[in-house]
Design a binder for this molecule. Structure first.
Ligand code: AMP
Ligand code: MG
Length: 367
């Protein structure tokens, strides 16, 4: 059975990052001959899996191809595309296009690459839908959060207040005609950590398709772009992990083809200060990491949407999160919450179609 676990991605610290940056080319994890039946119209396909470190995580491609040459050539190009996107969107590289943009004086329209423009457009759309819960201008708060994680001390009230004027998605202006970006106020810092991996996974999948490798899945830890199903199958089975970091169990399996799926939450990335747990996902209204335990899995037509929306649902919480999902075309969500007393599971109305037909469904959407 094709099985993938939608686990959370890891953002690495600088040390880890520089190790990854060596880009040790492709590591072939496994190569398994597919011994199933083949369709008359399709040559026998073999299953391949390759991994590649980028964007602070490990990208993995599983695909079916006619032979090793085809699989290797296609995945090499797909990983190259991911590297190009990392060079544009990284906030760890001082010379990434994104960071150079943030250096420009406020109020100046800056011409940007088509890739950066598209991802910012997609992000701004999600900001509109979510009333600013998703906001790529949270960079100044993310910086404070990273510092807090190192020092194990919360940002000071004065620091948060000083950062606030530089945050707010309406302070980021996009001009489609001129393909320029204007940062309207000083000290703005954009952070694409909530959307870039999904975008890169989608783009890698497009590269594979362009090389005739349509039966493929590109996973960047918690963000997965899925193409045509494996031969003879209706889809790829993806397991949704539990909200508890210590167990590797999956709570639900879904079967997907031509879709994106992302899981966000604080299962793997959080800081504990003063007995409170703060997520790496920031509530733009407070500048602080979320303190409520929540994990959101979103399914939609592509992984750019699911990456951004999974982060969004965590910020909005179950009720408002499901409302935002309903406003997003073809999107569906499964939300797990946890407090001292109980675990809860909620699904949006469209999620039901992805649940295995044989399972009785004990989980209900919010009324
Ligand atoms: P994800 O792991 O996809 O949920 O994204 C989390 C990452 O997105 C964080 O590590 C930050 O880089 C960034 N981020 C944090 N809070 C927000 C937010 N409210 N809106 C957009 N991006 C955020
Ligand atoms: Mg995300």
């Amino acid at each position: 059975m094709e099985f993938w676990s939608a686990r959370r991605m890891q953002f690495c610290d600088t040390d880890c990052k520089s190790a990854l940056r060596r880009r040790i080319c492709l590591v072939i994890l496994s190569l398994v001959l597919w011994a199933g039946f083949s369709r008359a119209s399709e040559p026998a396909l073999q299953r391949f899996q390759f991994t590649h470190p980028a964007m602070g995580t490990l990208f993995s491609i599983t695909c079916y191809a006619e032979n090793t040459n085809q699989a290797y050539a296609a995945t090499t190009l797909a990983f190259k595309r991911i590297d190009v996107l990392e060079d544009i969107m990284s906030d760890y590289q001082a010379d990434s296009e994104l960071m150079l943009l943030c250096e420009k004086p406020p109020g100046q329209p800056v011409p940007v690459s088509a890739d950066l423009f598209v991802v910012l457009q997609r992000a701004q759309k999600v900001s509109e839908i979510s009333g600013g819960a998703f906001d790529v201008t949270v960079g100044p708060y993310v910086r404070l959060w990273r510092f807090a994680r190192k020092k194990k001390v919360l940002p000071m009230e004065t620091e948060l207040r000083a950062a606030a004027p530089a945050v707010g998605f309406r302070k980021l202006r996009l001009d489609k005609q001129a393909r320029t970006v204007t940062l309207l106020v000083p000290n703005m810092r954009l952070d694409l950590g909530g959307i870039a991996k999904g975008f890169a996974a989608d783009e890698a999948l497009e590269v594979l398709k362009g090389r005739g490798v349509n039966r493929a899945l590109v996973a960047a830890s918690g963000d997965i772009a899925i193409g045509e199903p494996p031969p003879g199958k209706k889809g790829w089975t993806v397991g949704i992990s539990s909200i508890d970091a210590h167990d590797n169990e999956t709570t639900t399996n879904v079967m997907l083809a031509n879709a994106g799926i992302s899981t966000s939450g604080d299962t793997e990335q959080f800081i504990e200060i003063g007995g409170r747990r703060y997520s790496h996902i920031i509530d733009p209204t407070t500048g602080l990491g979320l303190t409520n335990r929540i994990q959101a899995t979103v399914i939609a037509r592509d992984a750019t949407t699911t990456d951004a929306m999974a982060t969004t649902v965590c910020v909005l919480g179950p009720k408002r999160g499901i409302a935002a999902i309903e406003k997003t075309p073809h999107a569906a969500a499964l939300i797990l919450t946890k407090d001292d007393v109980r675990h809860e599971t909620l699904i949006s109305p469209r999620f039901r179609q992805f649940l295995p037909k044989t399972t009785e469904t004990p989980i209900q959407p919010e009324p």
